[in-house]
Design a protein around this ligand. Structure first.
Ligand SMILES: [Zn+2]
Length: 413
């Protein structure tokens, strides 16, 4: 069959990414926090740029944006795609934006195609946790993964709450049920995103086909020893909580390394030392531990080993270690058939691809309860993201868009 798909317009893609990057630009990267006037201005600017696509524009009561290209048959569930426009504090121009701009450009490529299903580009609000402390808030709420009470009062001391921010945006958190997506609301969902890792770049692949999204288990280890005078307490008489904590940091690393074939990772990102004084043997330490993986069994083995190490360390060091669980989410498997379709498309388009998993969370991780879901990764320089140095080549973004356009076309036919 003769294809009538238009070519990707590389200049427009570059211009849209660069244009969005102006909103929230600072000397240290882009700060465009969710639900702020900067977030709104960026969205309004983008809507102005894509007026020529003649999309139906709708926002739900949470501020999620839906841009619909109507299909021939309005009775069948649309095909969905999209990502987010908010950034972290001092973030970059590509995390989220590639997926939104990419989806819109894919719609442009499909201009002359006659498709049965509508296609909707979703701009999820508050993907980043930087403003309210929770990630993927918009997608969590519309998919019913989380109830609004959990988020309502979230916010920094010097800022308005989530509930107030939704209201300021023009929505209403209390009406959130109006925004709920029912299972089957969409035929499928596809999100394109920068990898946020360096696997694609180092292995020189253009497209990452994502199979699983890792879920974090986060907990604190409260280590209690005995604070003593650092000069007057001989070595044999100490219960140094920081020394025990050091053993636990190594234990977390060892446990995760043992599971590395299964893709599990373990990190101690925060060490709080009490009293934290040069002349006091540390009496208490809190470690913040993040364990992630895509295989539940591997995550469980890692946690078990860390807990055993904690018991052993407590015994040998004569201290106590208590665990405080923060979050324990399940990894998400994306749709195998859609991944196979992406592979087929990559082969047809002569693009190199790699099957992989996502270590970071994305809006797409909440969509499998609604419809079959897939993700495409594109390379980003040095794997850097959430950083002003975040960068993706326009060529790579456009290669991803070509795959995305074909996915949308096949699913919407
Ligand atoms: Zn993102």
């Amino acid at each position: 069959m003769e294809s009538i798909m238009l070519p990707v317009d590389k200049k427009r893609v570059a211009d849209l990414i660069a244009g969005l990057a102006k909103f929230g630009k600072t000397d240290a990267g882009i700060t465009r926090l969710a639900y702020t006037s900067t977030d709104k201005a960026a969205q309004l600017w983008l809507l102005k740029q894509i007026e020529y696509l003649n999309l139906e524009v709708r926002e739900d009561v949470l501020g999620n944006l839906f841009l619909r290209r109507p299909g021939l048959d309005p009775a069948v569930p649309p095909v969905a795609c999209g990502s987010h426009l908010d950034t972290v504090i001092h973030g970059g121009a590509y995390d989220g934006m590639c997926g939104v701009v990419g989806a819109l450009e894919a719609l442009h490529m499909l201009t002359d195609e006659t498709l049965r299903r509508s296609i909707e580009v979703i701009v999820f609000r508050a993907e980043e946790s930087s403003r309210f402390g929770f990630a993927t808030m918009g997608s969590k709420l519309i998919t019913g993964k989380e109830r609004p009470e959990k988020f309502a009062d979230a916010g920094r001391k010097d800022d308005i709450t989530f509930k107030e921010a939704v209201k300021e945006w023009g929505g209403n958190l209390e009406d959130y049920q109006k925004a709920l997506l029912q299972p089957g609301a969409y035929k499928c969902f596809a999100e394109m995103h920068i990898e946020q890792g360096k696997v694609l770049e180092e292995t020189k692949h253009q497209i990452g086909i994502v199979h699983n999204i890792a879920a974090p288990t986060r907990f604190k280890l409260h280590i209690k020893g005995m604070a003593d005078h650092s000069g007057a307490t001989p070595m044999g008489f100490r219960k140094d909580a920081l020394v025990s904590a050091a053993k636990m940091i190594l234990a977390v690393e060892t446990a995760a390394i043992r599971e590395k074939e299964h893709g599990t990772v373990g990190t101690v990102g925060i060490v709080e030392v009490d009293p934290g004084s040069i002349n006091v043997v540390p009496g208490g330490v809190t470690l913040w531990v993040d364990v992630r993986g895509v295989e539940p069994e591997s995550i469980q083995r890692t946690l078990k080993e860390i807990r055993q190490a904690a018991q052993g360390t407590a015994r040998t060091d004569g201290i106590t270690i208590e665990e405080e669980m923060l979050t324990s989410d399940s990894p998400v498997a994306l749709d195998a058939a859609m991944a196979a379709q992406s592979e087929e498309i990559c082969r047809e388009q002569n693009k190199s691809f790699l099957h992989m998993n996502s270590g970071a969370g994305h809006d797409a991780m909440h969509m499998p309860g609604i419809c079959p879901t897939t993700m495409l990764f594109i390379p980003c320089k040095g794997g850097i993201s959430h950083n002003p140095a975040e960068f993706a080549e326009n060529e790579d973004i456009c290669a991803g868009i070509e795959v995305m356009a074909e996915i949308l076309k096949r699913e919407a036919q």
